[in-house]
Design a protein around this ligand. Structure first.
Ligand code: MLT
Length: 404
């Protein structure tokens, strides 16, 4: 008789953003004339840069000719893209990362969910609280956690590192042995960043404790302040203890195209085994790569024209972030983030729950955001808005919020 993976049953509900999409769908069904503005999921709204579109068209045409047709992509990614990533995202910033340490994928979300597969189920994970739910959910499915405690709103057997206003939403080091440490900076959902000396402390902890840091740098392109690290490999010794994932989704508008990558340095060896080789083995078998045409689109992001156009898009979203931050301040809210990240994390009024605020905002302003508690218990009392809307909708949303 077939059996199911019972770890899935530990998950208390559906994926956060699927649950929100369902609530919004129900609301729209019962209010068919409502003009709902979505600032919930971090999905981009601006069209793909023209340099990238040109590359896509050219690649599609190549697929229609026998002499330029491409079949299976190399399972670790095409070298034209891996070379560009190594050169532009790492070597240009002084990080000694080579192309053969880069694995091209269909997005950072897949990588963040799948990376845990190369580790034993006896590893203890440490996550920030609040946190992007993919890290915990994937480890629950793999059986690396205990049951969900509905009172504490936490999984047993997981180390939660509190990120609060008091610590500037930057976690303290785990107090107990943590084997796999998930960090995301610029942070989703708080929009906070970590300074290099703080990050170095995590690297030092990992080296001392034999831990691995899984560093999600999906929002790196939004960093505007000079003293914020763009990569964990700016820290000394990080190549011996850290894996980093990045995405073209938020940087270049690829949420619908799907492209990302993960860096697994050759120096990262656990129990005498190269994690790079394990991840390569995983890619070879359970391919999660990206098609040729999408990788050509990714290559175009590194051209002079592509780079300039993508910078303009990031500036566009960051102007939205400014409009949201200032609008919230006018409306009397305390808000964080939105300076080095496309997320704004606002404190909701005393006495409300973050789901109560979600319902109120949808009902009174027809604006969708994300309840903070969906990211963990320390998210209760907060609410996330994204800067990824169109300019017009961002302005309209803030006008409506000011009027509540
Ligand atoms: C977010 O809104 O946090 C992300 O875009 C959701 C995702 O990548 O699944």
């Amino acid at each position: 008789m077939a059996t199911i993976n019972k770890n899935y049953l530990k998950l208390p509900g559906s994926y956060l953003f699927s649950g929100i999409a369902k609530s919004v769908h129900e609301y729209e069904t019962s209010h068919p004339d409502a003009d709902v503005i979505r600032l919930g999921i971090g999905d981009v709204t601006q069209p793909i840069a023209s340099a990238v579109i040109r590359a896509l068209h050219a690649a599609v045409d190549e697929m229609g000719q026998a002499d330029t047709f491409h079949g299976y992509a190399p399972d670790l990614g095409y070298s034209f893209l891996r070379d560009a990533i190594a050169r532009e995202d790492y070597q240009a910033r002084g990080c000694d990362i080579a192309a053969d340490e880069i694995f091209v994928s269909d997005g950072a979300k897949s990588d963040c969910g799948n990376l845990q597969e190369i580790f034993g189920t006896d590893n203890r994970i440490a996550v920030c609280d609040p946190v992007y739910p993919v890290y915990v959910d994937a480890n629950v499915m793999a059986g690396r956690t205990g049951e969900y405690d509905r009172v504490e709103q936490r999984f047993q057997g997981v180390t939660y590192m509190s990120c609060t206003e008091d610590n500037g939403f930057a976690p303290e080091l785990p107090e107990e042995q943590a084997d796999l440490i998930y960090l995301c900076f610029p942070n989703n959902p708080t929009g906070a960043v970590i300074k290099k000396d703080q990050l170095q402390r995590f690297v030092d902890y990992a080296r001392e404790h034999g831990s691995v840091i899984l560093y999600d740098a999906a929002y790196e392109a939004y960093i505007s302040e000079d003293d914020v690290p763009h990569s964990i490999y700016e820290c000394e010794g990080a190549q011996e203890c850290a894996i980093e994932s990045r995405s073209f989704s938020k940087t270049a508008g690829f949420t619908g195209l799907r492209l990302g990558y993960t860096v697994v340095p050759k120096k990262l060896v656990i129990e005498g085994t190269s994690l790079r080789d394990l991840w390569a083995r995983r890619h070879g078998t359970k391919f999660n790569g990206a098609p040729y045409i999408v990788q050509k689109a990714g290559e175009a992001v590194y051209s002079d024209e592509g780079r300039a156009q993508v910078r303009e898009q990031i500036a566009y979203y960051m102007e939205n972030a400014r409009i949201i931050r200032e609008g919230l301040a006018d409306a009397g809210y305390t808000a964080y983030g939105g300076v080095n990240a496309p997320y704004i994390w606002l404190r909701i009024p005393e006495g409300m729950t973050s789901w109560g605020f979600f319902d109120m905002l949808l009902d009174k302003a027809r604006v969708v955001g994300t309840p903070g508690v969906g990211f963990g218990p320390h998210g209760e009392g907060y609410f996330r808005l994204t800067a990824f809307g169109s300019r017009e909708n961002t302005i309209r949303a803030m006008e409506r919020i000011r009027k509540i």
